[in-house]
Ligand binder design. Structure first.
Ligand SMILES: [Zn+2]
Length: 251
């Protein structure tokens, strides 16, 4: 079982790291997968998504990282020590500094895989004054099928513990409002996270969000975009053929 999860996570990582997709380059981005309620795999710090190998994944104990979310502040040294102490195997590489938000997102119901990239077109928007606009609106049906009816928007925060806390706060607020978990989280001036039950759903949400960003930028250049109304979104969301498509896409 653990071996299948590992192979799935490597497949997701290499797909997200493909150079032609412009989602992540060099050491950018990270991925994770839930092994069981206590343990998860996460990409090691400084490794490359596109060429990720088994030794670049670290098994971590969630219980060693989740209590950090309750701390007001920790020094960089304390965060580093906690990351190293969370490893199941002390000879493994150091987990990514973003392992804390991965641990929390993987604790949500129905979330088994998480992907994070600095997708080029998404970041064009997230580094612009229209970042919130992009996360709160939808423009076409497949965007809703793959990315949900709205994305979580996280205002710029220092990467690491503060960012993990902000992601938890904004995601919790979104779940309260929509009564379901999001598929996409957008971080201002930083990048995108997608989450799902299968590795394919994480990849589909990432690729569709990047396509949506291209549509948004192009439509903005022509005086738009023209956004869907709340009624348009609710209709797509409730159509049986769209639900069928979601199942076929392992969403
Ligand atoms: Zn990042």
């Amino acid at each position: 079982m653990q071996n299948t999860i590992l192979q799935d996570l490597l497949a997701l990582s290499r797909e997200l790291g493909r150079e032609d997709r412009g989602l992540a380059m060099l050491g950018e981005g990270n991925t994770s997968a839930r092994i069981n309620p206590e343990t998860f795999l996460v990409k090691a710090s400084g490794t490359c998504l596109g060429t990720l190998a088994e030794g670049d994944l670290v098994a971590c104990r969630a219980s060693a990282l989740l209590p950090m979310l309750e701390k007001d502040s920790l020094s960089d040294r304390q965060v580093d020590d906690a990351l190293l102490a969370a490893r199941v195997d002390t000879t493994a590489k150091k987990p990514s500094v973003e392992a804390v938000f991965h641990a929390w997102l993987l604790s949500l119901p129905d979330v088994n895989f998480v992907g994070h990239t600095h997708a080029t077109t998404v970041n064009q928007i997230l580094c612009s004054p229209r970042a919130r606009d992009f996360s709160q609106h939808r423009m076409f049906p497949d965007e809703i099928v793959c990315c949900g009816s709205a994305s979580v928007f996280v205002p710029y925060t220092d990467p690491g513990l503060k960012l993990a806390q902000a992601i938890r706060r904004e995601t919790d607020a979104c779940i309260q409002k929509q009564q379901r978990r999001p598929r996409v989280i957008l971080m201002q001036n930083h990048g995108i996270i997608t989450l799902g039950a299968t590795w394919q759903s994480v990849l589909s949400a990432m690729l569709m969000a990047e396509k949506s960003a291209k549509v948004f930028v192009g439509a903005a250049a022509l005086g738009g975009p023209v956004f869907f109304s709340a009624e348009n979104i609710a209709r797509i969301d409730s159509r049986p053929d769209e639900a069928y498509r979601q199942r076929a896409l392992k969403m």
